[in-house]
Design a protein around this ligand. Structure first.
Ligand code: HEC
Length: 105
């Protein structure tokens, strides 16, 4: 009986952890704010006019998973893993092929 409880607890933890590690699970509202603050300083000014619409959901997901290889990552202001997750959630949620594509940002 106790073993069954332990096993279900483990399973629950695994599910929760897997969920957290999925970058597109952040807060999209906060992500939009953080994107404007930390990325729009260049994108749309000195760099490409990058917005959620610039990529598909699959492409944003891939970008989030290997963000270290994004060319400007060294120029990003200090961002916590949570901030990054929020930014990529925003980009993902309003991607070109998302159910709710961004209108203009
Ligand atoms: C200091 C300026 C600067 C900042 C700040 C900046 N970028 Fe960039 N970024 C660039 C430049 C320059 C490039 C490469 C050329 C281009 O795309 O204009 C680039 C390229 C990229 C690319 C690849 C472009 C593509 O089409 O795949 C992504 C994705 C990206 N940036 C995301 C971000 C995100 C997310 C942030 C905020 C966390 C950010 N950038 C902040 C300057 C910046």
């Amino acid at each position: 009986m106790r073993r069954a409880v332990l096993i279900s607890l483990c399973l629950l933890c695994c599910i929760l952890l897997a969920d957290l590690s999925f970058a597109v699970e952040g807060n999209t509202r906060k992500g939009k704010f953080l994107y404007r603050k930390n990325c729009r300083s260049c994108h749309g000014v000195s760099a490409s006019d990058l917005s959620p619409l610039s990529k598909t959901q699959a492409a944003w997901k891939a970008a989030a998973a290997s963000h270290e290889s994004i060319p400007c990552v060294k120029d990003w202001p200090q961002l916590s893993a949570g901030d990054r997750a929020d930014i990529f959630s925003y980009l993902y949620a309003f991607a070109a092929d998302s159910p709710t594509p961004a209108k203009c940002d």
